[in-house]
Design a protein around this ligand. Structure first.
Ligand code: SAM
Ligand code: SF4
Length: 330
């Protein structure tokens, strides 16, 4: 039975945060002293595997693993191999990953071997000094090695870059050009008011409408009807032939076609990224060997999927949603 919510939206896409931990501290995502969950609260790899399989039985066709940084989770490759088997036997259409790329060089071949075809790598700048500043201590060369290893392993790479006022706003032409030459798609993301990060988000917020207008001075952006069911709206860059996506979560233009739900690494299901509404799946998962309580909890959650979100960046920088992206995984 497919999962269909009250608005008639078919839920086919699951994003799974496999850890809240990360080896970087991107300034818009985490505070330097972010505290992570105690181990006991985090689902084991076996529990995550079981949870994903229940969702697949309930009609999920696409899974994206995220975090925190998914590739810092010990034994995450066992989960990926297990999900890869579901792709191989046709129960799942696609398995993908969003990563910061720091550990990609080591894992790229295994990811491809597990049946992964595409990955998203987050990269906000091509400047090593800026990269270090933005991530607080990251090394650009490590990420570049990871990206090139992914490309060599045959994975299609999409680069995600968050648009930050006064930080990387002079780099978008360069990113479009670089992605074109590397044959990567690029997605630009507006900052979202999630989590407390000790910075005034109004200062970082850069509307993508402005970015797009500036890009159009140098590039021919052709309309496409390519859609993923998510918030991104895509154009094709005529000069490079690559797709360029704009994720503007502050606008409500995608909620009506939203096909996704998210689970955190501690087994909380969020039917909507932009609402506090949450349903605990850890208790039904841990309390019974039968999957029935879990299935009932998932049904209740889908039934409560909100019609839309209500992000607002307020002057005082108080986020409307208090959990950071590293918890729900973006
Ligand atoms: N660590 C992985 C990575 O960076 O790709 C996966 C998790 S990260 C939370 C997923 C995506 O969320 C990244 O592309 C990151 O840039 C984005 N992100 C994090 N905080 C954000 C925020 N406040 N607004 C917009 N995007 C954000
Ligand atoms: Fe880590 Fe990704 Fe958040 Fe950066 S955006 S701190 S890499 S989870």
């Amino acid at each position: 039975m497919p999962m269909i919510d009250r608005q008639g939206r078919k839920i086919t896409y699951l994003r799974v945060s496999v850890t809240d931990r990360c080896d970087l501290r991107c300034v818009y995502c985490m505070a330097e002293d972010t505290r992570f969950l105690p181990k006991a609260e985090v689902l084991t790899i076996e529990e995550l595997d079981r949870l994903c399989r229940v969702f697949v039985r309930k009609g999920i066709r696409k899974i994206r693993l995220t975090g925190g940084e998914p590739l810092v989770r010990r034994n995450v490759m066992a989960l990926i191999a297990g999900m890869g088997d579901l792709v191989a036997d046709g129960s799942l259409d696609e398995l993908t990953l969003t990563t910061n790329g720091t550990h990609l060089a080591r894992h790229a071949e295994a990811l491809a071997a597990a049946g992964m075809r595409r990955i998203n790598v987050s990269l906000d700048t091509l400047d090593p000094v800026r990269f270090q500043g933005l991530t607080r201590w990251g090394r650009l060369d490590q990420v570049m090695n990871g990206i090139m290893a992914a490309k060599a392993a045959g994975l299609a790479v999409k680069i995600n870059a968050v648009a930050l006022k006064g930080v990387n706003e002079d780099e978008f032409d360069r990113l479009v050009d670089w992605c074109g030459r590397q044959v990567f798609d690029l997605c630009l993301i507006e900052t979202m008011p999630l989590g407390e990060i000790h910075a005034d988000r109004i200062d970082q917020y850069l509307p993508l409408s402005e970015v797009r207008a500036r890009l159009e001075r140098n590039w021919t952006l052709k309309a496409t009807d390519y859609r993923t069911g998510g918030p991104a709206r895509y154009v094709e860059v005529a000069e490079t032939g690559r797709r360029l996506g704009f994720i503007t979560p502050m606008s409500h233009n995608f909620c009506e076609s939203c096909n996704r739900v998210r689970i955190t690494c501690s087994g909380t299901l969020f039917p909507c990224l932009g609402q506090e509404e949450a349903i605990d799946l850890k208790q039904p998962l841990r309390s019974s060997e039968s999957d029935l309580p879990l299935e009932l909890a998932i049904d209740r959650a889908v039934d409560r999927k909100p019609e839309g979100h209500d992000f607002v960046i307020e002057r005082d920088g108080v986020p409307t949603v208090h959990r950071p992206m590293s918890v729900t995984g973006g």
